[in-house]
Design a protein around this ligand. Structure first.
Ligand code: G3I
Length: 304
């Protein structure tokens, strides 16, 4: 293939990017988006603060702009994210206990129902495990509603949109470590008990302090062996030139080597679109030119 999306499609995979609704009027941005990508993830527009700014008052305008653009251009949509400790509206941050649990269930039901049939994969729960060596759940208002909040979220999402793949998504789980071991144990438990889960998202935000792990492929494979899809959901790699290009190539080849690794999403198009304000972690420079990382990614998708 000659584009990222077409090349990924040759092995039945998608190649996506995070998209911001307010950039859909930027013709350089949209030109690259439409040429290269066949999946999109709204970067912020489907989060709780964006979709339910006051309780039971749902606003889908910015998310709809992205979903409509995607559907008009034959792209799939990853939904991100139904339940997360961060980017909650103020009213939810101030709730606890059964009131917060009910609000979470209502939120998932309403958002997943609204988008039923339009989402290929939902990040149902995002970033619920603690960093470091504890293997514990992250402390959060949602966690304090009871340890079963994650499975309740997944069962609620399944009921609302039976055809979407339901993912657990996290960072620093890309290699084998205490955090990924804890996620692994949860997925294993969910599969054993019939809690609906279809996929695990590996965010894959890499930088010199947190490089691509040497056991990245092995970690993806062990999750796949549990019977879930694995997806690379927020890929960006800090760096430049050939070193950055080589790291992108390693990530792409790892996914292609795992049969159940079904798609890759980069977390933005141009370096200037990245959440890393001063970084250059993406595939296109600020002017929209292809970087060496782009060429390496494309070559890897084509089996090189
Ligand atoms: O929209 C408001 C705007 O009205 C306001 O004037 C401005 C002033 O700060 O803020 C704007 O909101 C910002 C929003 O991005 C939209 O640009 C928030 O402050 C800012 O915190 C928010 O950052 C997002 C971040 O998640 C929040 O946690 C990033 O764009 C987004 O890339 C990032 O994405 C996360 C994934 O969801 C989960 N995994 C990690 C990843 C990177 O942090």
């Amino acid at each position: 293939g000659t584009t990222l999306g077409a090349s990924a499609a040759e092995s039945g995979r998608y190649f996506g990017t995070a998209v911001a609704a307010n950039k859909l009027s930027d013709s350089t941005y949209v030109g690259i988006l439409n040429r290269e990508f066949n999946s999109v993830t709204p970067e912020n527009e489907m989060k709780w603060d964006a979709t339910e700014p006051s309780q039971n008052n749902f606003t889908f305008g910015n998310a709809d702009r992205i979903v409509n653009h995607a559907r008009a251009n034959g792209m799939r949509v990853r939904g991100h994210a139904l339940a997360w400790h961060s980017q909650q509206p103020g009213w939810a941050q101030s709730l606890s206990g059964s009131a917060l649990r009910s609000a979470m269930v209502n939120h998932i039901t309403r958002v997943a129902t609204y988008y039923r049939g339009k989402i290929h994969s939902w990040d149902v729960v995002n970033e619920a495990f603690a960093d470091g060596g504890s293997g514990a759940r992250r402390d959060s208002n949602l966690q304090r509603t009871g340890n079963d909040w994650i499975e309740v979220a997944f069962r609620t999402a399944r009921a609302a949109d039976p055809d979407a793949k339901l993912c657990y998504n996290d960072y620093n789980t890309d290699g084998q470590n205490a955090k990924s071991n804890a996620v692994y144990a949860m997925v294993q438990d969910f599969k054993a008990r019939g809690v609906p889960i279809d996929c695990v998202g590996f965010q894959s935000h890499f930088n010199p302090q947190s490089p691509v792990p040497s056991d990245y492929q092995a970690n993806l494979q062990r999750f796949a062996n549990l019977g879930v899809e694995v997806q690379i959901t927020e890929l960006d790699i800090e760096g430049s030139g050939q070193a950055q290009a080589d790291n992108y190539g390693r990530v792409i080849r790892a996914c292609l080597a795992v049969a159940r690794c079904t798609g890759i999403t980069v977390w933005g198009i141009r370096d200037s679109d990245s959440w890393r304000a001063s970084g250059t972690p993406l595939l296109f420079d600020g002017s929209g030119n292809k970087k060496p990382a782009y060429t390496s990614t494309l070559n890897a998708l084509n089996g090189g």
